[in-house]
Write a protein that binds this ligand. Structure first.
Ligand SMILES: C[C@@H](N)C(=O)N[C@H](C)C(=O)O
Ligand code: ZN
Length: 206
């Protein structure tokens, strides 16, 4: 759960994330279990980065975005997009599907793989090759999680055929389980028949 840590685009734990837990509606959790079962059959596991996001966390993102002097995480998370355009270009939402409880961010890892160690002093580049990106046991998706960049758009051909195939493997598994991908972020999925389609919840994850 990235937003409980400093390793995110804000660079500090996000308001409302007080526990490492993936909170989802029952419908989304059930569909996710179906996707996980299918992934396992193919030698993979799903790895979740973010699930329910309280509105107070989104409000933290909004406050952070207004402070244009704070660019400390730019190279690692939004190297090519001006900070004051992250919302208008659709990389972060002021009213996020995550707050409705049926949206999550995730990737695929090979069964049995583990999270590698990161070097806290290293300067990671979210658009670089795997050795240049923040260490992650994700199969190669071409960019890091939350790399706000055109290269993260799910069908961007610039990443090459092997990476497109990895993104499409995740998309096929998730679509078969009832989710839809957001085409600007290979990691972002929403349950198609979500139960709370116009409610934005605001309770802390603890
Ligand atoms: C911030 C990123 N992980 C994300 O979820 N972006 C979408 C657009 C959102 O904020 O809902
Ligand atoms: Zn997301």
């Amino acid at each position: 759960m990235r937003y409980t840590t400093n390793n995110n685009f804000v660079g500090e734990p996000i308001t409302g994330y007080q526990a490492t837990a993936c909170v989802l509606t029952t419908a989304a959790a059930s569909a996710l279990a179906d996707a996980q079962a299918q992934a396992n059959l193919q030698g993979y596991s799903l790895k979740v980065y973010d699930c329910f996001r309280p509105q107070r966390a989104v409000d933290h993102f909004i406050r952070w975005a207004a402070d244009l002097d704070d660019q400390k995480m730019k190279a690692a998370f939004y190297p090519d997009v001006p900070k004051d355009e992250l919302f208008s270009r659709g990389y972060i939402a002021e009213r996020s599907g995550h707050s409705r409880g049926s949206t999550l961010d995730l990737t695929l890892v090979r069964l049995g793989s583990t999270q590698p160690q990161a070097d806290p002093m290293a300067g990671y580049d979210c658009r670089g090759n795997e050795a240049q990106r923040y260490p992650d046991n994700s199969i190669n998706m071409g960019t890091s999680y939350d790399c706000f960049d055109a290269l993260s758009h799910t069908d961007n051909p610039d990443v090459g055929d092997d990476i497109l195939a990895n993104r499409h493997l995740l998309r096929d598994l998730m679509e078969a389980a009832g989710f839809s991908n957001y085409d600007q972020e290979w990691w972002h999925y929403t349950l198609r028949n979500e139960p709370f389609s116009d409610q934005y919840f605001d309770f802390a994850i603890d």
